[in-house]
Design a protein around this ligand. Structure first.
Ligand code: 475
Length: 842
């Protein structure tokens, strides 16, 4: 075959030492991996998958070499480390990122070309590592990238889920269908199993009071034990020798196989322990911003926290013996939301029960090294575990939490001002263990309160959100410990989210700024401002956007068969489907646009601004309303995309299975993106930053990081609309009297009347926002709809002026420097972690 000849030819050329560029070193290296790892001869037919594996294992060699040097260096320096504890890491693909970060793209690209392949085809062989739901998980991934990039000693710690975020498909009717994400079946070249690193993690059983050395102690006698097995995932920085680490834990049975049971004919029992262990890490809970009150979820949380903390303490002891007071100068933990906050109790258990420290000393150590980030304002999303569940699964931890709470309440009693009654009310409101407000017979452990009390620092993820954290969610705590609370506005890595996903734009930026230094110093992007009105530069900028639109159009064509005109505006909203994010309002706006187009004459239509609207995102499997919203998108799309009157002027596509890789294809092609949450509900948002970096204009509410993005871009360049956070409480009270916009009423009637079919299925959606009774339209869709349509009209107006649109687009990228996660991580390192960069020698 052609390929066989190519290999032979290319190897021959390579051996003669006269290849194009670096091919000499890359091709023999790839062929050697084909033989040793893929297990084929270099002259056999090689598939894209074979070459992916060869390339991945070759890249892995480079990663591991640097990983080892980095970690030897950090160990020799005895650097202080940050440990980012997170139940989710939404990593996406690794190959391209690793190849580019290591600066090996040139030599691999040449080698692949000589074999008749390109990087893009090969990269598509890799499955996303989707070990996260959405923003919180992807933020953790960007943070790891930036930590490595700025040489910050630190690791991520999490769970090696066997099945990650479900794969989303649409069934024939246009409803969401969930399929398992079997990402590990074909092997994972990017991880290194550390067989020697495993720890016992225990569950259940009971505690018993015993006297040890004349002291009464509580001894935990668990009834389940499993091993946590370490897998390391090297994380490369760019233009630095540093390679950091994400350590993920798999669960193994302590006894792999019960041979006695097997011999006695009880085959099920022989495998039972293995199955019970594997169950812990089997699947990521596919819930975003809603807690899952299931026991298994708590088990997962404790499992990875216990393994990670033992791991850190083991390394500390090997170096510093029992000089425990040094621990906070060597290790600091960041808890990513409440999911890992059982760490507060586990730290105390390890220091007091296992290492024998006095309680006060242990508390002083633990509360210096733990920190907590809040990611969501939804009150229902703050995890609360029933005391009963906690006591059954983690009886010793429940006791420890009670001791912490007693100390906390005592402290409050003696430090709070006011009368006894006032104090009692405050104490009740701030107790870590409290009644369930819906069921007075049940006691709950409030994990967020445990985190706030047990942490040195607490932060929100955008300026407005941190204010809400201080003034609303944790206001009582803030009044007592104002210095504990900080803001750390989120960021995203400009490597993955601009340089590597949009090489066309990156090349233009580098050419214009005269260097690629912006990739590691995103503030330099501000240098583009002075070209924003330059006609020649504008036309190059537009050409890049057109290229990426063409690429996306080809993808949509291959999936739907539809031709898409790349002169139409590409309008994209991608994120988890949530009522508060208001994809529903977007669809209502599209319906209005459709109705207007229907009324127009052909000439009027020709004068309109044609749009291709795209909506993507997953609905949590149990989130009924979100699933109905997806169906509304597909139903409206089916109608308007097939209407001969309008299909040249308006399209709506639901893009299934939105994930990191799809985002990398969409974001560079977007011209308008929607970030339209109800004021005060989106903690930050991070895709808004990615779109901004790629020169995509934003229509958005005054919410989350939109506010800071507008400040950096110039508020006049952003399409801002809608009610503000400070107004929503009042407006929610007034909903029953709200006079809805006639256009809104008309659309509600259309949906309810069956204009898009499925009218029974859409009824709850219509009812949820249109019958103005108490509890309805919590997210104020009806209230904001008119302002939204006005803002959309403004969008059309500006789009008709390509020079103004392009000027703004350039201003977005130019203003995106602040939103590099390098900046965010530097702030964490300075203001919270007290850690300095430490670069290994190359
Ligand atoms: C915010 N996820 C974004 C982003 O800070 C913000 C909750 C419970 C269980 C599983 N996942 C979650 C979240 O709460 C989440 O993703 N929050 C998001 O964090 C990063 O940019 O505004 O909604």
């Amino acid at each position: 075959s052609v390929i066989v000849q190519n290999i032979a030819e290319a190897e021959r050329v390579g051996k003669k030492g006269k290849p194009v560029k670096d091919t000499a070193s890359a091709l023999p290296e790839l062929m050697s991996k084909v033989r040793s790892v893929v297990g084929k001869s270099a002259t056999s037919d090689l598939t894209a998958r074979d070459l992916y594996n060869a390339l991945a294992y070759s890249t892995r060699d480079g990663l591991i070499e640097r990983f080892n040097k980095t970690h030897e260096h950090w160990a020799a320096k005895d650097s202080k480390f940050v440990y980012y504890l997170s139940a989710e890491f939404l990593m996406g693909r690794t190959l391209t990122n690793a190849v580019y970060n290591l600066g090996m793209e040139g030599k691999y690209a040449e080698a692949l070309r000589s074999l008749g392949y390109d990087m893009e085809t090969i990269q598509e062989q890799e499955r996303d590592a989707s070990l996260g739901n959405g923003g919180l998980g992807r933020l953790a991934a960007c943070f790891l990238d930036s930590m490595a990039n700025i040489d910050l000693p630190g690791w991520g710690y999490g769970i090696r889920y066997k099945y990650g975020m479900f794969k989303q498909a649409l069934d024939k009717g246009g409803y969401q269908k969930e399929l398992p994400d079997i990402w590990l079946t074909d092997g994972n070249p990017w991880e290194v199993k550390r067989s020697e690193i495993k720890y016992e993690v225990c569950f259940g059983g009971r505690t018993e009071k015993k006297t040890v050395n004349g002291k009464e102690v509580s001894v935990w006698e668990p009834n389940q034990r499993v091993y946590a097995q370490a897998y390391d995932n090297p994380i490369p920085g760019f233009q630095t020798p540093t390679v950091g680490n994400l350590r993920l834990w798999d669960a193994l049975p302590v006894t792999e196989f019960d041979l006695a049971a097997f011999n006695a004919g009880d085959y099920d029992k022989s495998m039972l322990e293995k199955e019970k262990a594997e169950c812990i890490v089997a699947v990521l809970y596919p819930n975003d911003a809603t807690p899952e009150g299931k026991e298994l979820r708590l088990k997962q949380q404790y499992f990875f926290v216990a393994a990670s903390m033992q791991d850190v303490l083991t390394r500390f002891k090997a170096k510093h013996g029992s000089k425990w007071d040094l621990l906070p100068t060597k290790a600091v933990f960041q808890m990513n939301d409440t999911h890992p906050t059982i760490a507060v109790a586990e730290a105390m258990r390890l220091l007091v029960d296992v290492e024998g420290l006095p309680w006060e000393q242990a508390w002083s150590i633990s509360s210096k090294m733990l920190n907590y980030t809040n990611h969501t304002v939804m009150p229902e999303a703050l995890e609360k575990w029933p005391v009963k569940v906690m006591a059954k699964m983690l009886p010793r931890h429940m006791e420890i939490i009670e001791i912490i709470n007693e100390g906390w309440i005592q402290w409050l009693q003696s430090n709070l001002p006011g009368t006894a009654a006032e104090k009692a009310a405050k104490v009740a409101a701030m107790s870590i263990v409290h009644e369930n407000q819906w069921n007075k017979d049940e006691l709950l452990v409030n994990m967020a309160y445990l985190a706030v009390v047990g942490s040195a620092h607490v932060n929100g993820v955008a300026a407005i959100h941190s204010d809400i954290v201080k003034n609303e969610i944790f206001n009582d705590f803030y009044k007592i410990f104002p210095n504990k609370f900080q803001n750390k506005t989120n960021g995203v890595t400009p490597r993955r989210w601009l340089a590597w996903c949009n090489p066309e734009l990156a090349t233009l930026i580098t050419k214009t700024l005269g260097s690629d230094a912006w990739i590691n110093n995103a503030e330099l992007l501000s240098g583009l401002r002075k070209f924003a009105s330059d006609k020649n530069f504008q036309s190059q900028w537009r050409a890049v956007k057109q290229q990426r639109k063409a690429k996306l159009a080809a993808m949509i064509k291959s999936q739907t068969g539809d031709d898409i005109d790349i002169n139409n505006m590409f309008d994209i909203q991608v994120k988890r489907i949530h009522e508060y994010k208001r994809q529903y309002m977007n669809v209502l706006g599209i319906i209005w646009r459709y109705k207007q187009l229907k009324k127009m004459t052909p000439a009027e239509r020709k004068a309109s601004v044609p749009r291709v609207c795209m909506i993507g995102g997953k609905a949590a499997s149990a989130y009924d309303m979100a699933k109905r919203i997806i169906r509304l998108v597909t139903a409206v799309g089916a109608k308007i995309n097939n209407d001969p009157d309008t299909k040249d002027y308006l399209r709506l596509y639901f893009l299934p299975d939105y994930n990191v890789s799809l985002a990398e294809a969409l974001i560079p092609a977007a011209e308008l993106s929607q970030h339209i949450s109800t004021g005060g509900t989106e903690a930050s948002g991070t895709s808004n930053m990615k779109f901004q970096m790629n020169g995509c204009l934003i229509i958005g509410t005054w919410d989350g990081a939109n506010i800071e993005i507008a400040e950096e871009t110039g508020v006049e360049n952003v399409f801002v609309f809608g009610v503000r956070a400070e107004e929503i409480n009042q407006l929610r009270k007034e909903r029953a009297n709200y006079k809805t916009d006639p256009r809104f009423n008309e659309i509600m009637n259309d949906i309810a009347g069956g204009m898009f079919g499925d009218k029974e299925y859409f009824k709850p959606l219509v009812d949820s926002i249109s019958n103005m009774k108490v509890g309805n339209d919590w997210f104020l869709v009806a209230n904001d709809f008119a302002a939204y349509l006005d803002a959309q009209e403004e969008v059309d107006k500006v789009y008709k002026d390509p020079e103004e649109w392009t000027r703004r687009s350039i201003m977005y990228t130019a203003g995106s420097g602040k939103f590099s996660s390098d900046r965010t991580i530097r702030e964490y390192a300075e203001d919270i972690w007290d850690i300095k960069p430490e670069r290994p020698l190359a």
